[in-house]
Design a protein around this ligand. Sequence first.
Ligand SMILES: Cc1cc2nc3c(=O)[nH]c(=O)nc-3n(C[C@H](O)[C@H](O)[C@H](O)COP(=O)(O)OP(=O)(O)OC[C@H]3O[C@@H](n4cnc5c(N)ncnc54)[C@H](O)[C@@H]3O)c2cc1C
Ligand code: FES
Ligand code: FES
Length: 1377
Amino acid sequence: MVERKVIFEEKEEEAMMKSKTSLVFAINGERYELELSSIDPSTTLVDFLRNKTPFKSVKLSCGEGGCGACVVLLSKYDPLLGKVEDFTISSCLTLLCSIDGCSITTSDGFGNSRVGFHAVHERIAGFHATQCGFCTPGMSVSMFSALLNADKSHHPPRSGFSNLTAAEAEKAVSGNLCRCTGYRPLVDACKSFAADVDIEDLGFNSFCKKGDNRGEVLGRLPCYDHTSSQVICTFPEFLKKEIKNEMSLDSRKYRWSSPVSVSELQGLLEVENGSSSVKLVAGNTSTGYYKEEKERKYERFIDIRRIPELTLVRKDENGVELGASVTISKAIEVLREQENVPMLAKIATHMEKIANRFVRNTGTIGGNIIMAQRKQFPSDLTTILVAAGAAVKIMTNSSVQEEFTLEKFLEQPPLEAKSLLLSVQIPSWRPVKKNGSALLFETYRAAPRPLGNALAFLNAAFSAEVSLSEAHDGIVVNDCRLVFGAYGTKHAHRASNVEEFLIGKVMSDEVLMEAIGLLKDEIVPDKGTLNPGYRSSLAVTFLFEFFESLTQTNAKNKNGLLNGGSKEISLVQNVQPLKAEAMLSSSQQIVETQEHTPVGKGITKPGASLQASGEAVYVDDIPAPENCLYGAFIYSTMPLARIKSIKFKQNRVPEGVVGIISYKDIPKGGKNMGTTGFFTSDLLFAEEITHCAGQIIAFLVADSQKHADIAANLVVIDYDTKGLEPPILSLEEAVEKSSLFDIPPPLRGYPVGDITKGMDEAEHKILGSKINFGSQYFFYMETQTALAVPDEDNCMVVYSSTQIPEFVHQTIAGCLGVPENNVRVITRRVGGGFGGKAIKAMPVAAACALAASKMQRPVRTYVNRKTDMITTGGRHPMKVTYSVGFKSNGKITALDIEVLLDAGLTEDVSPLIPKGIQGALMKYDWGALSFNATLCKTNTVSRTAVRAPGDVQGSYIGEAIIEKVASYLSVDVDEIRKVNLHTYDSLRLFHKVRAGDSPEYTLPFLWDKIAEFSGFNQRRKVVEDFNASNKWRKRGISRVPAVYAVSMRSTPGRVSVLSDGSIVVEVQGIEIGQGLWTKVKQMAAYSLGMIQCGTRSDELLKKIRVIQSDTLSMVQGSMTAGSTTSEASSEAVRICCDGLVERLLPVKTALVEQTGGPVTWDNLISQAYLQSVNLSVSSLYLPEDSTDEYINYGVGASEVEINVLTGETTILRTDIIYDCGKSLNPAVDLGQIEGAFVQGLGFFMLEEFLMNSDGLVVTDSTWTYKIPTVDTIPRQFNVEILNSGQHKNRVLSSKASGEPPLLLAASVHCAVRAAVKEARKQILTWNSNQPGTDTYFELPVPATMSVVKEFCGLDVVEKYLEWKIQQRKNIWYSLCL
Ligand SMILES: Cc1cc2nc3c(=O)[nH]c(=O)nc-3n(C[C@H](O)[C@H](O)[C@H](O)COP(=O)(O)OP(=O)(O)OC[C@H]3O[C@@H](n4cnc5c(N)ncnc54)[C@H](O)[C@@H]3O)c2cc1C
Ligand code: FES
Ligand code: FES
């Protein structure tokens, strides 16, 4: 050992002589050299890119590898092979130092507004695939990388296309989250490059025009020449040269070391003497899960990826050995190459579901195994590798190498920091042994997202050696290995009791049943694991799936299991074909109108390419002013407690902290005011007492966001609950203690008809039925953010990501105690709002302003995802009780409904919610309606408006009641819906004046049309047949209507014409992704076009720029919410333009008279300038009282398939018809319809926003909160936008589209319910003790996998086997008799 050390030291001296002192890398072709001594090695690449370079296209959204907003392309050059390798990585997990010698390409690096956009950007724009645009640069990089790699193959792609297939295009973006678009247009943009795609089959876009031939369409598509991937050089020549002459790092000198041999590493570890302050780093992706690791202070980071022993790949007939630093992506590639070993291919297929592509590209197999071994990470890899009989090589100290089976290694105490995992050996098993027995291997995984990017509820992998037993005429299990993992246990677990039991047994139902009994005792999740029963049931499911085909009764018939009469076992297992089919398809039917051109056209969003390239500027992209400070919120974790003190752990002030701002810092004359609401103003900071977990207590200010976040986590709050009442954490407690908020009378809801009479008329009644709803988080991709800059004379300029700048303005003025003209709030664009940037953005801006005022320095914050999720509240949970009376034909005569709403701590917008609930509920004619809502005050974070607030629940309540009535009467639910749809007269009775005129009521037409459009009735028959012939898969189909009332609000606008004829439009409506700017721009072009000069309105369109909202430039701004701001802003702009036209007309007339010819816009404006005509017009659009409310209509039909064994739901198809009136822009409205539907899908199927017993949100990350992804949206998604013609009271006859379509996602839930009902019917046929139909049930929202399984029966397998066994016994008895 000493000798080795000496050698090391000698080498060291030698190395030091010529060692390098800096890191060199490239970003978008630019050379960067950083002195190692100046770098904090814990700096992530995203930190560096966003704070130290101009490349802000890289966004930060989750900081944990779960969303893809920060994805960049990393390119590595191999000087020996002369090859460049390009792959995506998540820059939020990648450490800056680890990119030494590499090249980074960001979205603005492969195309931008200065040098020209890349085809990826332009196609994203042309396919209308951006809304808020915050996810788009990450999406672009994922697409770009997919193209780049597809076109590296030797096959030249079809001209103008890529080698990428449609299926690969779908997968290319499957790891990236988007909350706005619903993914379909993004996938289509990516598919447009695929050679196996017919461009006409893709969605609505600006490249295909009606009547075009193929050539014309292709000619219009932004050019993609596969050689352009070479044109964009991802690895610059200078770096290649530098790499060739690369010197090594002096390992001892810096906190970052990058040893190139095991011995060098050992030397380093010995110097550190196994200190826990040394961190071995491979891909560093584990910090996405163990986030505290990002904050730990390590003395030294040792990058182990340059050690050749750790990156080796060795393959022979016995198996594959992979060095520990081999990435998961590389391992998949290697295993896939072993074509003749199906087992390895299955391991590879399973590994493709680990994380997402950009994590797999850097995450290593060693890192994964160590996470599982040391910290019980719920790994997939360890489960499948233990089943495969893998072994690991460990280096425990300087000279000792040890080898263990992986199984044994996992059971050992956590590997010491000084020890090293060297490699993993995976044996390869041939499927058939010489003795004629077969080796079977299968892996399983149940997770909320089929393609990965979600931890499994349970994973499993089984191997078994089986042979045919002639004596027993069945299959005997000679050996088996059954491994389960990720279900809430320390490590991958071998079900050894079951294995022991099975070995030597001839498989039969009875044997399987007994094995399941043993398994249930063995696979028991640890205490505290979510859904333990579901996880155990999955274990049973997978065991059943593996062995069922081997049971005696099946064996003889099983295709291919018995090879003819030869009694030899052949390979029964299917390896997934390499060439997968594309999952998604769609169609859109849209009418573009000419009447008000360019209004009515599906024009591309201005700035869509800028969003795709990442040049669009969001609040956190504004360069930090000099001296800027950064804030992080300190929030309560207790529901009701006195705050005794706020200290730091160990009383040590963390690095970079400048101060902590609390209510005590409110200046004289100011108020502790965090919001300006419609009903009340909330506190900015808790004072002596905190009233809910998640309440903001203070704002910590530091010299960087990183320091602020770290320090906020190190704060310790001393609480005291002595003498305080217990907190109110449930609706029942709130009611009991009369902890209620008042609802102003006009908002309370109103009765319709005579409920007593309605109930008397009923032939049947269902009394006291219940429905519960949980919450939903906004999940905007850009979290809350603001920047406050102090200005002269006690003024404050605040850049805020908000939907209501005016209220932000008032809040800040109130908080600082200054006149409102001292404050200016500027909002250019918002990276997703969904209601969450209305009230909840105010405290964020106010805290920054307060801190900036106190410190007289700029202060900004970009709230991290966890804090955002914990402090912002989300949708209102509620409990509903109803009684309904109806006739035997299903006609409902009376509905009496009581709603308890959880408003949380303060009123926020909660008093508005009952109105939304009732409005959407009244989509049906209930005969008579009694509606009562109670608003409960609880010690939880105040709830707020989330897209379609109240309406989504109200609409669903309507469906749940209809479903119940149908079940009660055992009548087809679609019939009951139809019977209860409104006539125009009943609509008018329920909705009063907002029902409008009779022709506006298009719902009955939509109802019938969707049946035709979607082949609904024929498909119902197909679904029936499918269910009759499938045991473990059931389908359901459902169509639901939606009625959604909206109201218009007053909105200001201003249009100014500059001297060159260019036009500036200002509105106080905020562009939050809903396409407001696009519609406003179209309206301005149309209205100014009325001047009818020689310049066409589409030419005028190019001259218009909509600019940021500024509360001092334009007052009375109102809010961007409720789906009508686009049309109201458009109308405000129209009024301004009309004013301008009026002023310009005399000028034009005079010019025509003078010149005798046509007048161009530019001439006209020059002349108007000469004549000092006022070319700036402001307006305040004020809707008329009688017509400010109107109703929107839509119908959605969905067909789903559920897996009865796992609870997984696949949405096979969704059809939507939505009445947009005369759409102002059908492309924008289509995006709103699809995006809203998918967000609704999240509410109904996936998203659980859970709290602990103190009311603190626990689903606070992308790990625990699952929004829809590409693989969970409808496989076929068809949308028709109905152009319902003239609506005289609407803005150019248009209607809203932002929120109403969200309600149609209930069709998926209802279809799932229908499928579950079929599963329950089936189970009853197996249950001789309980004949009848148990189809009277309430399926919870969201109907997650575990819920679906639970309602199909957690013991469905056991029930089935019992039944089967009994059946055989019955036959046997009857034969005996
Ligand atoms: C968003 C996301 C989703 C994920 N989903 C899944 C999933 O579904 N299923 C699943 O199985 N995994 C999943 N993972 C885990 C992922 O596979 C691991 O993060 C990755 O493999 C870790 O590798 P790494 O190289 O980044 O490890 P690092 O983060 O670099 O290291 C992890 C730990 O291991 C230590 N270490 C690394 N290599 C060695 C070595 N050779 N010897 C000794 N110590 C070592 C490090 O010191 C560190 O403590 C997910 C990860 C992310 C970020
Ligand atoms: S911010 Fe990096 S993956 Fe979400
Ligand atoms: S456009 Fe994708 S998150 Fe907004």
